[in-house]
Design a protein around this ligand. Sequence first.
Ligand SMILES: Cc1cc2nc3c(=O)[nH]c(=O)nc-3n(C[C@H](O)[C@H](O)[C@H](O)COP(=O)(O)OP(=O)(O)OC[C@H]3O[C@@H](n4cnc5c(N)ncnc54)[C@H](O)[C@@H]3O)c2cc1C
Length: 392
Amino acid sequence: MDHHIIIIGGGPSGLSTALHLQRIAPHLAGRVLILEKEHYPRFKLCAGGLTIDAEIILQRLGLDVSEIPHTDAEDIHFDFQAKGLRIRLPKRHALRVIRRDEFDNWLAEKTRKSGIEIREGVVVKNITPKSDRVIVETNQGIFHAQVLVGADGSNGITRRNIFPKDSVYTSRVLEVITPTYPHRPSSTFPNSVEIGRGREGAAYFEFSPVPNNIAGYIWDFPTQINGEAMRCWGIYDTNILASEQRPQLKETLAKEMNRFGFDLNDYEIKGHPIRWYSPENQMSAPRVLLVGDAAGADPLFGEGISIALGYGAIAAHEIEEAFQRNEFSFNRFKRRVVRSALGQTLIARWIIAYILYPIKWKWFQILLWRISKPIVIIVAWLFVLNWGKRMK
Ligand SMILES: Cc1cc2nc3c(=O)[nH]c(=O)nc-3n(C[C@H](O)[C@H](O)[C@H](O)COP(=O)(O)OP(=O)(O)OC[C@H]3O[C@@H](n4cnc5c(N)ncnc54)[C@H](O)[C@@H]3O)c2cc1C
């Protein structure tokens, strides 16, 4: 089975690559095949927070994410010990929260409708690049492609096959879904109604774990499941301070949830790593490109949906030019990523992560989130957000 382009993985990065190819090189789209090991709507552990940049990239593809169930957080709080900076955007939500089973299923439907083939239940087992093609071995036979896109996530086989010796930077992440804030006092936490009041419509990032060597934060987002209001909690640790003594992530999350009347033991806790961007990460080999988590997500917050969509746009341009030139070394792909607005935000976030998390001094966190608010807002606006608009 011969294809021009095989994309391994039908998450946001793989689907975005296909949708962008359809837009900029419709003549190639008929020979694109996406291989996805699961069946939609498939579960994906993720808090589902969509930043403005994700929405901008989707809008440029002519897609309106408000077609699927979502919860909008009117403001985002960046706190240290429950006090800090509140961000509210003029005339729009600060964060839109979707469920990944619904989002990916919707995006896959849009991709299919645009004429691109997706085969579900196909597990890629091995990849062998040759000078004239790439051989892709799966549980359903062998495929051949001129170009292979590894969009298979943080633990993907593409990167492991192509760059077995590449250093891997991954964060540890735990996530829990709970009902929304209690409206009735519970016997265990009688004050929980008062404590949770007013938090329902907002998303929270809490940096109190940093002084304890957890190089990350705890989040608390509003979400919904089957139309019912819920909260999505989690803890993110970049692992930058892995050599130091650290408390258990679970214990730290449990303490924070406890403050708001939730007992972590009552809920199912799930974990998954996120491979993050470092300037050392390799992103391409002859005939092979990596996108999304396989190439590297945001190290600062572990944000990866908008980033995955952005990688898709860049990969599509790279592939289109490769076919035009009939030259598939892809030796300029990483440079292309780094020079793009996406690459600039990834580098900025990588630098900020290495400044923000290793300074474990409590007063630094207080200074940052409570006292230097205008500076933080300007830095965030210039270097962290708004890169989607600057993408060509
Ligand atoms: C707990 C948690 C919370 C998060 N919260 C957020 C958030 O709020 N906002 C945000 O922006 N990001 C968040 N992220 C990050 C985000 O989920 C990822 O960055 C994003 O999913 C990356 O997209 P992707 O397409 O690169 O990979 P994925 O979404 O992982 O998709 C990869 C696809 O490849 C398929 N696949 C894998 N191996 C194979 C194979 N061998 N053969 C065929 N198919 C294969 C998988 O089934 C999957 O569908 C979170 C991550 C975690 C773990």
